[in-house]
Design a protein around this ligand. Sequence first.
Ligand code: B12
Length: 451
Amino acid sequence: MADRVGIVAAAQTKYEAAKPWHHLSDLVLEVTDKVIAETGVSLVDDVESVVSNSQDHWDGRTISSIFIPDVTSFHLKDESKVAGDGAYAILYGAMHILSGDHRLVLVVSHCKESHTDGKMIENWSTDHIFHRMLGLDYTIGGAMQARRYMDKYAITREHCAKVVVKNKGNAKNNPFAQEWAKLTIDDVLKAEMLADPITALDAKPISDGACAILLATEELAKKLTRFPVWIKGVGNCYDAHFPGDRELADCDALIAASNAALEEEVDAYEAIMNGLAAGMEKVGQLYNEQEYFVPELLVCADALYAGLDILKPHVKGSDQHIKLKVVIGTVEGDIHDIGKNLVKVMFDAAGWTVYDLGKDVKLERFAEEQQRTNADIVAISTLLTTSMLAIPKVIEMVKRKNPNIAVIVGGAPLTRDIARSYGADGYAPNAGVAVQEAIDIINRREKNQKS
Ligand code: B12
């Protein structure tokens, strides 16, 4: 078994609406030549296996890889074709290396979409009894799903148009990209409507082109390039797209991933913290970088909760603190509750009784609920700099009713120093350490009372 797989070279053709003067093999030759030139390896002697990626439908014939053996030199060596997503081809190439069978694998992907009537091909790939006669193609399928998402998450066309403006703008950074444009939201909204709500600017263009990467074992990768890109891990979760068979706005992929984690006996706590929470952190980062917008956040939050529902019951609890009780909530004016809910899961898992007030909670409710439940601790969350000013008020209300009640706070704008200055007894930067912080406070109190 090889240790790691490295990408040692990558190449693309320019993508264009049509390349009438290029045969498919010309495109493949162009990118293969580039990766070979970059690394100086011999296509015939060094490359041990070729994984090509293309679709018979798009190439208008069966065995679409049959065009390219002379340019990729895969005669008399290991050759395979992946018909489907290019990511699978990379995954498959990486498996060739990880299995220990090969040291250097060429992965090449090619398509001349302009050759065919794309809409017809797409229509033919749908179910032939119910959907084909309706004239469904990928744009119409995408439109139905987009409508359902818009309805479920109150997403507007303006929200969606923002994604187009960003992506067409970003395309300028890729010299191989087919279309880049400096658009406004209005341009997108006024573009030709293909299938409501998908406009010509939302939809993908017809595109011809090819790309290639060269994968190598760790040892070889270090020799071939000073800067290999390491494949750290691979995995995939795809949703089926059979209309009528599924709720179009549900994100079943994370449900499947959570179930798979349990089946593989991954610790549920690890899956929540290193999977769901880490994923949401990444989502937050992408939002800050203006790569994601509000619609993506809402979809991801929903997906996270679906995963949480599956994993939560499996988090190993301890009955050590079974008698302890905590009141938790996000302060008034703030509707962020993902972080608060993760903290809640951790208290739940540790055997505490949790009274969850939810989000946007009226300030006096924290003290009232503590009195009603006689909870040991009040946990307050906030993500907004505007609403964080509510925290000292809540602490004051809780302590006025009972000075012995401990308060723990958390949320992105807070630090330990701010928490202290607000009069909080504890602070935790993440859910993983929140329960321990609460236990420490209680232990300290008990110790002080004894002495
Ligand atoms: C998801 C998100 C949303 C979602 C929230 C969905 C939901 N159900 O929660 C939606 C789209 C609804 C949303 C709306 C808004 N958002 Co928002 N949102 C985010 C985002 C991207 C991620 C937050 C998140 O869930 N992080 C993941 C979780 C796991 O991390 P966490 O919340 O920090 O929680 C961890 C710790 O902080 C800690 N913790 C949290 N609470 C507690 C409590 C205790 C007691 C303890 C011990 C620990 C603890 O443990 C948690 C788990 O490890 C952040 C940006 C970011 N990068 O953080 C912006 C962000 C928080 N949002 C922001 C803003 C401005 C808004 C809006 C006002 C936007 C608008 N103009 O409408 C509205 C808010 C309206 C309102 N009244 O509240 C700003 C806040 C800026 C600021 N400093 O005030 C941010 C920082 C984005 C930005 N850079 O501008 N948002």
